[in-house]
Design a protein around this ligand. Structure first.
Ligand code: FDA
Length: 320
């Protein structure tokens, strides 16, 4: 695993427009994108979802995009999700939550009106209304919606939006990041019957005041949160590719039924393990992103894996 400092550096410099243009323009990039992203269009996403369902896997579809400060773009993202859910329902793919959607609050307006610090009250109101529309479309399609977790400045608002909607639309799930110091307390506070809670390590570069810097501290936090979730009344969604954490999940699951929680992994990462877990009778969901706005998602995946990092550095070394 690459050092946390190198990972944070990569996540930081990747926001430069010059670097973005270079990486996006490198011919080899497409092959890397294709490993992690289903394609540009909703029909690509539905095609991949259909194939994964045929292999016994559950799916969460994510329309790529984040940090929008354009109100029209935020509204267009909502329309994309509503249409996608209609398409999934028409094909019977969303029945019983088999294919659901994941939504980033900042893609649907959370940062509208923000000035540097965190989200504004206006942004939170718009994002709540937008997510409610998506959640109603999900309910009508017989499925669920999960609100992705983004950087720590959006954590409080993201959890608040999910809590506000959950009383009317219980299929709205939340994501918590083991990397954040606050998460263990959040996990305890959110434990309630049926609440859908995804636990992941966290993919963002965060200040040490907010997050654990060392990978082993993140792993220990993950294990603590995992124990709370797996012994609680909610529906845990354990999102990791880490073999040790998967083994701990399996041993903790012996006290609860296989339908009372699920494993989650990203499209393109450890696909054999995904199929192995599904074949063993576990609920295994694959997170499948699609859309043309893949750059930031790709950078997060590259930052997690040393072999991928070499690809990124090659693109940078040709910067003049
Ligand atoms: P870790 O990074 O330690 O990887 C464990 C092993 O998995 C590696 O040794 C390698 O074998 C394999 N692996 C991991 N990443 C790889 C890669 N990119 N390419 C190839 N192999 C790789 N984050 C967030 O901040 N907000 C969110 O909402 C979500 N949502 C989410 C949903 C789902 C379904 C998953 C699986 C993950 C997320 N994440 C996320 C991302 C998460 O926070 C984390 O960054 C990644 O899952 C990588 O962490 P692991 O737990 O896999 O461990």
């Amino acid at each position: 695993m690459i050092a946390g400092a190198a990972r944070r550096l990569l996540l930081g410099v990747a926001d430069s427009e010059r670097i973005r243009a270079r990486v996006v323009g490198t011919p080899a990039t497409r092959a890397v994108v294709d490993r992690y992203v289903a394609g540009d269009s909703a029909s690509d996403a539905v095609r991949v979802a259909r194939a994964l369902r045929a292999d016994g896997l559950l799916v969460s579809l994510d329309y790529l995009g984040e940090d929008t400060t354009d109100a029209e773009r935020a509204a267009a993202t909502v329309s994309e999700y509503v249409q996608l859910l209609g398409q999934l329902a028409a094909e019977g793919l969303s029945d019983g939550g088999a294919v659901e959607v994941s939504v980033k609050p900042t893609a649907v307006g959370l940062l509208l009106g923000a000035e540097g610090g965190g989200p504004s009250a206006l942004g939170e109101k718009i994002a709540t209304e937008h997510i409610e529309k998506i959640a109603i479309a999900a309910r009508d399609a017989g499925t669920t919606v999960t609100l992705d977790a983004e950087d720590h400045k959006t954590t409080e608002a993201g959890l608040r939006i999910a809590a506000a909607l959950r009383s009317r639309l219980p299929q709205v799930g939340s994501v918590v990041q083991a990397s954040l110091r606050r998460t263990e307390a959040d996990v305890r506070a959110l434990a309630a019957p049926g609440v859908r809670m995804r636990l992941c390590k966290g993919a963002y570069a965060e200040p040490v005041s907010e997050a654990f810097a060392a990978a082993h501290d993140v792993d220990k936090s993950f294990a603590r949160c995992l124990r709370i979730l797996m012994s609680g009344p909610g529906y845990p969604m354990i999102a990791t590719h880490d073999p040790r954490l998967i083994a701990i999940t399996r041993s903790l699951s012996l006290n609860r039924g296989p339908d009372s929680f699920e494993y989650q992994m990203l499209y393109g990462i450890r696909p054999d393990e995904q199929r192995r877990l599904a074949a063993s009778g576990a609920r295994m969901r694959v997170y499948v992103p699609y859309g043309s706005d893949w750059y930031r998602y790709l950078v997060r995946r590259l930052a997690e894996q040393p072999a991928n990092l070499a690809f990124f550095l090659r693109s940078l070394s040709s910067l003049s």
